[in-house]
Design a protein around this ligand. Structure first.
Ligand SMILES: Nc1ncnc2c1ncn2[C@@H]1O[C@H](COP(=O)(O)OP(=O)(O)OP(=O)(O)O)[C@@H](O)[C@H]1O
Ligand SMILES: [Mg+2]
Length: 249
């Protein structure tokens, strides 16, 4: 469904992606793992056509993103849902207005249809009766869930999660990880792409893990393959004893 073919991305003198080859299969959870600054968010931006490769190709549903017209890009993005690192809710809008926002932007649904969809996605994330509340009074976990409901409301084919649990307490992390799994099970055709630097979450969540290191894929495989890999980069990530270029911020 999504392919990176020999993608390089250079900013000034800095080569962030260096011949990245990647396959993200349809209907599964693929988790992209890598230390901070490794190019995970840059990779996501290429998938959405928000950035173009310096060389190589990004293919989404058989089409080269770099060759898409503006209307093709808009059409592709309307099939994507995105959960941002910080929930990025509009503070002056109610939960209902926040979740309806992408529906009004990209689609032409009647009000009853929109309300039906909002109720459905709020049920999926386990929140009810908060439609009239403002985001300011919600807990961090609730905000994240509203953000997920908003990402889901357009019934996307691809859902992108950029570091969905970074900076959250362990209980909220576990709740969000469980929710990613639940949403994926409830929507079997949904392709989920999760960006993370947490190996534990990767093993618990992913059908496929892709480890990016020095702008290339160090290993792509199942959680089982990661557990038994003898690749020193993977072992270092597992042990948490990261040094030198593997040091976390
Ligand atoms: N628009 C840009 N212009 C110049 N450099 C950029 C741009 N976007 C990203 N970079 C650089 O590319 C590198 C990778 O950034 P990216 O945001 O993808 O990292 P990341 O793996 O998502 O890290 P984190 O885990 O901290 O979110 C960084 O060195 C960053 O400074
Ligand atoms: Mg990032």
């Amino acid at each position: 469904m999504i392919y990176f073919k020999n993608v390089s991305k250079i900013f000034g003198k800095k080569k962030v992606l260096d011949g990245l080859n990647l396959h993200i299969p349809k209907g599964q959870i693929t988790l992209i793992l890598g230390k901070s600054g490794e190019g995970k968010s840059v990779t996501i931006k290429h998938i959405m056509g928000l950035m173009q490769p310096s060389s190589g190709q990004v293919i989404v549903d058989g089409k080269d993103v770099g060759l898409m017209s503006n209307s093709e890009l808009r059409n592709m993005r309307s099939n994507f849902g995105m959960l941002f690192q910080h929930a990025a809710l509009f503070d002056s809008m109610t939960v209902l207005e926040n979740i309806m926002f992408p529906l009004k932007e990209h689609f032409h649904f009647s009000l009853p249809e929109m309300l039906d969809r909002v109720e459905d996605v709020l049920n999926q994330v386990g929140l009810q009766g908060i439609e009239d509340k403002l985001p300011g009074i919600l807990s961090t976990g609730e905000k994240k869930r509203v953000g997920l409901a908003r990402a889901l409301v357009t019934n996307p084919k691809v859902l992108l999660y950029d570091e969905p649990t970074t900076g959250m307490d362990p209980l909220v992390c576990e709740m969000i990880d469980n929710l990613i799994l639940k949403v994926s099970k409830l929507n079997p055709d949904l392709t989920s792409i999760v960006i993370s630097h947490d190996m534990k979450a990767a093993l618990a969540l992913a059908d496929k893990i892709v480890m990016i290191y020095n702008g290339k894929v160090a290993l792509a495989g199942t959680p089982g393959e990661f557990k038994t890999s003898k690749n020193p980069i993977i072992r270092q990530f597992f042990s948490g004893k990261v040094q030198g270029p593997m040091e976390f911020l």
